[in-house]
Design a protein around this ligand. Structure first.
Ligand code: LER
Ligand code: MN
Length: 267
């Protein structure tokens, strides 16, 4: 398993579960100093930073790009793929596609989290799920051009009402015959929604392409009440070989959270 740390450059997400909020040269330097294999980027848009600048930092610090988040479309612009307004849905799609292109050029997949939105009176559940399936089909086809998957993240009930559990999301991908879409297992969301973390991970491992490795309180593993050692050994046993990414709160400080995260993966 490889490690990644989140670097956030979105002002509206300053209180979010991201470790480093510094300018990218500092964020890359800190990621390398802590011993991470990769960074996960949360950027304001696909044009906020140039590909060349990222590549230069990657070469300097020997870091991979684990993934690129798309949530700025929601937190900055209020966009979602399930909005009642077709013009907003199109803007959401375009925003995500641009980040798929951005990530693809760096060999990295993009993630759909908060931009999935939610169903509402204006957009009943069946309709919202249909919008989501259509969008995933289009976006996954674009990602395939770069030979990377697109990552769909079930979120807890306070953030979406589309898919809250990994198994339900996996069944949806199968029913809709969505290819080149993998799932993001975020242990913070799973801690709220799943009956058993171990069972949900084991049963759906074939679909899981990325993990947000957070403790129960969204702090670094070891700072909450998850049995991280057992979980880590389980992931090894079931053959997970993707990223464990630190999408966690920078508490008590960003550097202490990063150090604890790395420590929790030394088993
Ligand atoms: C994004 O990865 C995530 O987990 C969400 O909770 C952010 O809103
Ligand atoms: Mn997450």
């Amino acid at each position: 398993m490889k490690t990644a740390v989140t670097l956030c450059r979105v002002a509206e997400a300053a209180a979010g579960p991201f470790v480093f909020h510094n300018e990218l040269p500092i964020g890359f330097a800190k990621a390398a100093a802590h011993g991470f294999d990769a960074v996960e980027l949360f950027l304001p848009s696909a044009t906020a930073v140039s590909i060349a600048e990222i590549q230069e930092l990657q070469e300097k610090y020997h870091l991979q790009i684990a993934a690129v988040g798309t949530g700025a479309g929601m937190v900055k612009h209020g966009l979602s793929l399930t909005d009642a307004d077709p013009a907003i849905r199109q803007q959401a799609l375009d925003f995500i596609l641009a980040l798929v292109d951005f990530g693809g050029k760096l060999g990295a997949p993009a993630i759909l989290g908060s931009m999935q939105g939610r169903s509402s009176i204006a957009v009943p559940h069946v309709q919202a799920i249909a919008f989501l399936a259509d969008a995933l089909r289009t976006i996954a086809a674009r990602a395939a051009i770069y030979q990377v998957p697109f990552i769909y993240e079930p979120l807890n009930r306070y953030e979406t009402n589309l898919f809250n559990r990994v198994g339900d999301a996996a069944a949806f991908l199968q029913q809709e015959k969505l290819s080149n879409v993998t799932l993001l297992a975020d242990l913070f969301h799973m801690n709220i929604e799943e009956t058993s973390l171990a069972a949900a991970l084991t049963e759906n491992i074939a679909h899981i392409g990325h993990i947000h490795f957070a403790d129960s309180n969204r702090r670094a593993m070891g700072f909450g009440h998850t049995d991280s050692r057992t979980l880590y050994l389980l992931l090894q046993k079931i053959g997970y070989s993707g990223y464990l990414s630190a999408e966690i709160l920078p508490l008590p400080t960003a550097d202490e959270a990063a150090a604890q995260f790395i420590q929790s993966t030394k088993i």
